[in-house]
Write a protein that binds this ligand. Structure first.
Ligand code: HEM
Ligand code: HEM
Length: 286
């Protein structure tokens, strides 16, 4: 809307990107510098893929996928393109999460450590399974053209709620996992318990803080109604004049809010696109 509001959004986005980048950097430096590096040897270097991939994917990439509809400069792009980006990012996250779980289960099995004993593993596996279900339902209902408009509209609040719940659960799980690992790893090394605040502990506490800050900015951006992507015009039945329904009302809106010209441009474009989609036999862009 106003320039100031736009500035607020860009500030939040840059803050989130910075926190997300620092999360990635810190988890990478943690496993490479303070831990045993990366490898696929059934030992610690294999475990290390677990935090690296899960923080990069399930936290940073997932958060980015969630805010992608909110980027004002993408509002001229078709909803279909944005859905492909949203879905493609989430699919990438799912694959990274699965690889990361394979790494930790394989590590446990090779080292004869029991599986699924911790609260971290319970919340974590639940989050990843629900995430898989969310991707599947998202694809079936919103990307493929089969679902009717009413189903799309009915499920959307649940999609948004469960998406944010899974994202939040992922962050909680990541913080638990980081704490566990610090306690395990530092109590084992000589004279370096977590409670003595060795440099590694301090560094990794910052990783946790960056993850939480990233989550906070994503959550803020995605819950501000004024930053939503403008609605596509989705008429229940398309009038014979090609979607130019109740023109008076729309023209009235257009002149009432000149600052909204970008959005109005988008609505016009969206309507035209909708007509084209409708001609192609596709019923909804929601
Ligand atoms: C184990 C999931 C983040 C550290 C596990 C296990 C799961 C899991 C399902 C059980 C593996 C098994 O029983 O063999 C997740 C998810 C995460 C996440 C979904 C993020 C959303 C992290 C992070 C760390 C971490 C960031 C930091 C180092 C550990 C450790 C174990 C483990 C030390 C072995 C001990 C245990 O089973 O609790 N994780 N994890 N995790 N994870 Fe994570
Ligand atoms: C919107 C999460 C997968 C389609 C959203 C929103 C969240 C979310 C939090 C709200 C965004 C906003 O209000 O700006 C997730 C998660 C997914 C996932 C966590 C994967 C686990 C998918 C897939 C599709 C999809 C595969 C298929 C195209 C949509 C659509 C919206 C949406 C159409 C509505 C955007 C709007 O209101 O303009 N998703 N999503 N999602 N998602 Fe997903």
């Amino acid at each position: 809307r106003s320039m100031r509001d736009y500035g607020c959004f860009v500030f939040c986005l840059l803050a989130a990107l910075l926190a997300g980048f620092l999360s990635f950097l810190f988890v990478l430096v943690w496993v490479l510098h303070w831990r045993e590096g990366l490898g696929w040897d059934g030992a610690s270097a294999e475990f290390n893929w677990h935090p690296l991939l899960i923080v990069t994917g399930f936290v940073v990439l997932q958060g980015s996928a969630i805010v992608v509809y909110r980027l004002p400069w993408t509002w001229r792009c078709s909803k279909f393109l944005m859905k492909c980006i949203h879905a493609g990012l989430h699919l990438t996250v799912l694959i990274l999460a699965i690889v990361s779980l394979v790494a930790v289960f394989d590590f446990h099995n090779t080292q004869n450590i029991p599986n699924m004993y911790s609260m971290h593993s319970w919340t974590g596996l639940t989050a990843v399974v629900l995430y898989g279900v969310q991707v599947l339902i998202g694809l079936l209902v919103y990307l493929f053209p089969f679902a009717p408009v009413t189903l799309r509209a009915t499920l959307l609040p649940f999609h948004v709620f469960s998406g944010l719940l899974i994202f939040g659960a992922g962050i909680a799980t990541a913080l638990m996992g980081i704490t566990e690992k610090l306690i395990f790893a530092l109590s084992r090394s000589y004279n370096q318990s977590y409670s003595q605040s060795p440099p590694e502990a301090l560094f990794v506490n910052f990783l946790g803080a960056f993850i939480l800050i990233f989550g906070a900015f994503v959550f803020w951006m995605v819950t501000q109604p004024q930053w939503k992507r403008p609605q596509e015009q989705v008429p229940k039945t398309l009038p014979p004049n090609g979607g130019r329904a109740s023109g008076a009302e729309e023209r009235g809106e257009m002149s009432a809010d000149p600052e909204n010209s970008e959005i109005e441009y988008n609505r016009e474009a969206a309507r035209k696109r909708y007509v084209i989609l409708d001609e192609a036999g596709q019923r909804s862009t929601m």
